[in-house]
Design a binder for this molecule. Structure first.
Ligand code: BES
Ligand code: MN
Ligand code: MN
Length: 455
């Protein structure tokens, strides 16, 4: 291991320069203007995998953005690891709040700033470097390795499930390893053993056949904006609990052990309030402790609502249409499609008199939960311990990586979520960055994991 760390520190600057090349490509999956850059990022990754000695490198085109596959399969009796990551990134707005441009990577205070630095180009790159480092120093890998890197994670991976189910043989493995999550804190690694799922829907509410003059009709007819807020207010009760029938039916509660663990980890309420500029931390199910609410309880959020006049000045109008967008974060063992139907039913049944509503269902993604005592997770813990000198914290993540559940179902393999990000690295926000203290250490931890699972 110490030999590897020498190689890594010798190559550190060169490795960072390479990561910068990848970070310069604006591979934003959500905006079609960037489609060419998506292709460029895919070619860059494929080229890199080829150059480090991975084989059967293929850029698989899909109906959307391409998937990159590669493998190295020369350890007949050793297990096979499949690395998943994503090279697509979130949009950059609001652009004026970036201290340096999002696609001109810059290093300040031992952090590299750029869109994708931590989510997920930076973290995916650690795996590429781990393989390269091992191949360079040993001439071979301790285990078989496959890569599957996609370009649509940030838009819900619409094409990857099909690819997984169509390529079960090619992707077959003993473990799926993913670095697209966080450590617990500086110097404190974490293994994520649960992710929330999600579902989305939106609806329009309509009253009269056109907007009406509020002087001529005001006081006499329904206002679509009023009815919208009335209806939206039925979605939660006074304690913040979701008020949709059967919403919680399939929720698997935390075990006593998990609750104890969460308590033991502690949580600095004052620090969080200060950093968020809040005076209290209510919101959601107020009967549950904050750390549970943001990781292992389901939520229903109104993400946007509009209706009526939004321009400058006053308009004396009674709007006839109003709209809202809703998403839920879901937990094991909720079914996102079922939850969508429950919410649709609730909206239709509780629609106030005098309006019609039209609900449309959006994307869904499954939650994920895996036991922490599985052998592969224990090996990952050992690897962290070796490199960070500390055993990892086991945590449930509030965010989602919907494809994880598909991996686990399609390939029937355990999934290990080995994150190297830190919780304050501004993913999806201005000034996203990755702490370079976890760069060489991340690579070393991955090398160590690959070595540990050899037997
Ligand atoms: N890497 C994140 C998920 C994540 C965030 C894991 C923080 C651990 C800590 C992933 O890229 C992401 O942003 N997921 C989206 C999913 C969506 C776009 C389908 C999310 O959680 O909103
Ligand atoms: Mn990600
Ligand atoms: Mn993301």
């Amino acid at each position: 291991m110490s030999q590897l760390s020498e190689v890594l520190s010798k190559n550190h600057d060169k490795n960072i320069e390479e990561l910068k090349e990848l970070l310069r490509i604006p591979s934003i999956s959500a905006i079609s203007e960037y489609n060419e850059d998506i292709q460029k990022a895919a070619s860059w990754i494929a080229g890199k995998l080829e150059s480090i000695g991975m084989e059967h490198v293929e850029i698989v085109q899909t109906k959307g953005h391409p998937i990159i596959y590669a493998d190295w399969l020369h350890q007949e009796n050793a297990p096979t690891v499949l690395v998943y990551g994503h090279y697509d990134v979130q949009p950059v707005d609001p652009i004026d709040l970036w201290e340096t441009p999002p696609f001109e990577p810059a290093i300040r205070d031992e952090k590299i700033f750029a869109r994708g630095a931590t989510d997920d180009k930076g973290q995916t790159f650690l795996h590429i470097k781990a393989v390269e480092t091992l191949l360079q120093s040993e001439g071979k890998l301790p285990v078989n390795v496959k890569f599957c890197i996609e370009g649509e994670e940030e838009i819900g991976s619409p094409n990857l499930p099909q690819f997984l189910f169509d390529n079960k043989e090619r992707l077959a493995c003993d473990v799926v390893v993913i670095s697209d999550s966080d450590m617990w804190d500086r110097g404190v690694p974490a293994i994520t053993y649960s992710l929330r799922g999600l579902c989305s829907l939106e609806f329009s509410l309509k009253t009269a056949n056109s907007d009406l003059h509020s002087g001529m009709f005001g006081g006499g007819v329904q206002n679509a904006s009023h009815l919208l807020v009335q209806l939206l207010s039925t979605l939660h009760d006074a304690n913040g609990k979701v008020n949709v029938d059967h919403f919680y039916d399939d929720v698997v509660d935390l075990t006593e052990f998990e609750k104890e663990q969460i308590k033991a980890l502690g949580f600095d309420q004052e620090k969080l309030k200060k950093s968020l500029g809040l005076t209290d931390l209510t919101g959601g199910e107020n009967n549950y402790p904050y750390p549970e609410r943001v990781s292992s309880r389901p939520t229903l959020e109104i993400n946007g609502l509009w209706g009526g006049f939004q321009g400058e000045g006053t308009k004396t109008v009674i709007p006839n249409k109003a709209h809202a967008k809703i998403t839920c974060r879901l937990v094991h063992n909720q079914n996102p499609e079922q939850i969508q139907e429950l919410i649709k039913k609730h909206l239709e049944e509780n629609a106030p008199k005098g309006c019609t509503i039209q609900v449309s269902l959006g994307d869904t993604g499954n939650p994920f939960l895996t036991p922490i005592d599985s052998p592969m997770i224990q090996k990952a813990a050992e690897a962290y311990e070796k490199v960070y000198g500390k055993s990892p914290v086991y945590k449930r993540e509030g965010g989602s990586i919907p494809i994880v559940s598909d991996f686990s179902q399609a390939l029937n393999s355990p999934v290990v979520l080995m994150g190297f990000g830190l919780p304050d690295e501004n993913l999806h926000a201005p000034n996203e960055h990755f702490n370079l203290e976890n760069f060489d250490k991340g690579i070393l931890t991955i090398c160590s994991f690959l070595n540990l699972i050899q037997k």
